[in-house]
Design a protein around this ligand. Structure first.
Ligand SMILES: NC(=O)c1ccc[n+]([C@@H]2O[C@H](COP(=O)([O-])OP(=O)(O)OC[C@H]3O[C@@H](n4cnc5c(N)ncnc54)[C@H](O)[C@@H]3O)[C@@H](O)[C@H]2O)c1
Length: 422
């Protein structure tokens, strides 16, 4: 099949490279000229395991451009993979999606053959059917279901293992407006060995939000149970193991700590909640999931204050700035509220992260950045905020170590060690 992909970020470029790997011809469109140049040179503009190698090995089938005309004219199906960030109100920001859709629609005006437009970006339920489909009709002057098709194919990949997740997904969800688009998507995913759900546009959108909100719920749930366990002096991880063996529950996403961050859970929980409120609905459960997550870093501060009641003038070291290990992404990292609280209480904060120092510096230019993890240890207390492997093998002798990420190895050498929920 001839495919075009609009937006070459984590989702767009990974999808493009994987479709090329499956033998399809792929044209990627991005407004970022540098990204386009890099892709055409075989250089992946983002860090993702195996991405660059696969980009290079499939170069005869994948190229990039800044021109929508070129991409739409030479493809039969377009995937929209641009960003959908949060606005300050918590709403989803559809600016990039609208822009992409308008450009695609205008190129459809003169196209003779049928073309399917498939939204892969995460958009709140109802958006594709009620906002984007009418926008394509308006801008192209054509009729959906007759002259062009519309689909919604949410993406479930995880950063860090994105290629593996794309090629071997747990399921593929194909939402469709018209049968022709349904058939095209069906053919595209025919050789994927996983269950395929073919459904409406809005169900597809809701499956994505419900999945992410449920995963965030599991983590907030185990964090609340973990806080209870802490007061009882018991280990929440044994509790999670006991729960996880129940096949109705499962062990995944029951690792207690200082909460979730990143580019998806915070914005998706917030977007679904805001959408619910705007449509005069309550969102009690999602509200609580977000509240538990916002409060969870405070649990580590509470424990710190048991040892050092007045933080003014003390030096507190933090290991880890990225929202999770193996990424340089600091979006909604739980280290952000930790630093805010410590600074507001008058502590001197020193930090280290193997990948995310530059990004964090833009948010907090006035804290101390150490060029090694060892240098952070020279502090009145050390907080572990990201589970980077290298923090396991540090020599914590003589140190007070408070762990937000279950780095139990620290216990072996620390003078005093406590976990946030264990
Ligand atoms: N990153 C993830 O782990 C992940 C997983 C599943 C779903 N998603 C969803 O997929 C979507 C994309 O996420 P991402 O992380 O890949 O985003 P990203 O920010 O990494 O990439 C977006 C890309 O779109 C480009 N772009 C913006 N406006 C454009 C336009 N008008 N025309 C062409 N290109 C344009 C940007 O230059 C950028 O390269 C979001 O809705 C996100 O919620 C992301």
């Amino acid at each position: 099949m001839n495919i075009s992909i609009v937006g070459t970020g984590y989702v767009g470029l990974v999808s493009g490279v994987c479709f090329a790997h499956h033998g399809h011809t792929v044209i990627c469109v991005d407004i970022d000229e540098q990204k386009v140049k890099n892709i055409n040179k075989g250089i992946a503009p983002i860090f993702e395991k195996d991405l660059e190698e696969m980009l290079r090995s499939n170069r005869s089938r994948i190229r990039a451009t800044t021109h929508y005309k070129d991409a739409i004219a030479h493809s039969d199906i377009t995937f929209v993979c641009v960003g959908t960030p949060s606005m300050d109100t918590g709403d989803i920001d559809l600016t990039e999606v609208r822009e992409a859709i308008i450009h695609i629609a205008r190129e459809l005006t003169d196209k003779r053959s049928f073309h399917a437009v498939v939204v892969k970006s995460t958009v709140v339920p109802g958006t594709t059917r009620d906002v984007l489909l009418p926008l394509i009709e308006k801008e192209s002057g054509k009729k959906a279901g007759k002259e062009f098709g519309v689909g919604m194919n949410p993406e479930f990949l995880k950063e860090g293992v994105a290629i593996e997740d794309f090629l071997h997904p747990d399921r593929v969800v194909n939402g469709y407006f018209d049968v022709q688009t349904k058939d095209m998507l069906h053919a595209l995913y025919a050789d994927f060995s996983c269950p395929l759900i073919e459904t409406s546009l809005t169900v597809a959108e809701m499956i994505k939000y419900a999945s992410n909100c449920f995963l965030a719920t599991k983590i907030s749930f185990i964090n609340e149970i973990g806080n209870f366990c802490k007061t009882l002096g018991i280990d929440v991880y044994t509790v999670a193991d006991g729960m996880g063996l129940d096949t109705r529950i499962g062990r995944a996403f029951l690792n207690a700590g200082i909460g979730w961050g990143g580019s998806c859970f915070p914005k998706d929980t917030s977007a679904l909640r805001t959408w619910a409120h705007k449509t005069q609905q309550e969102s009690h459960l999602i509200d609580s999931v977000i509240t538990v997550n916002n409060l969870q870093p405070m649990q580590l501060i509470k424990i710190l204050k048991k040892y050092i009641p007045d933080l003014k003038g003390t030096t507190i070291g933090i290991l880890g700035l990225a929202f999770k290990q193996d990424t340089d992404d600091i979006r909604e990292s739980r280290t952000i509220p930790l630093v805010e609280i410590l600074c507001s209480e008058g502590a001197h904060v020193k930090v280290y992260d193997p990948k995310a120092m530059k990004q964090f510096h833009t948010l907090f230019p006035n804290i101390m950045y150490c060029d090694s993890a060892n240098k952070v240890l020279d502090a009145d207390a050390v907080l572990i905020a990201t589970a980077w492997d290298e923090f396991k093998t540090l020599d914590y002798s003589g140190k007070l170590v408070l762990d937000g990420r279950r780095m139990l190895e620290a216990k072996n050498t620390a003078k005093t060690y406590e976990g946030v929920c264990w």
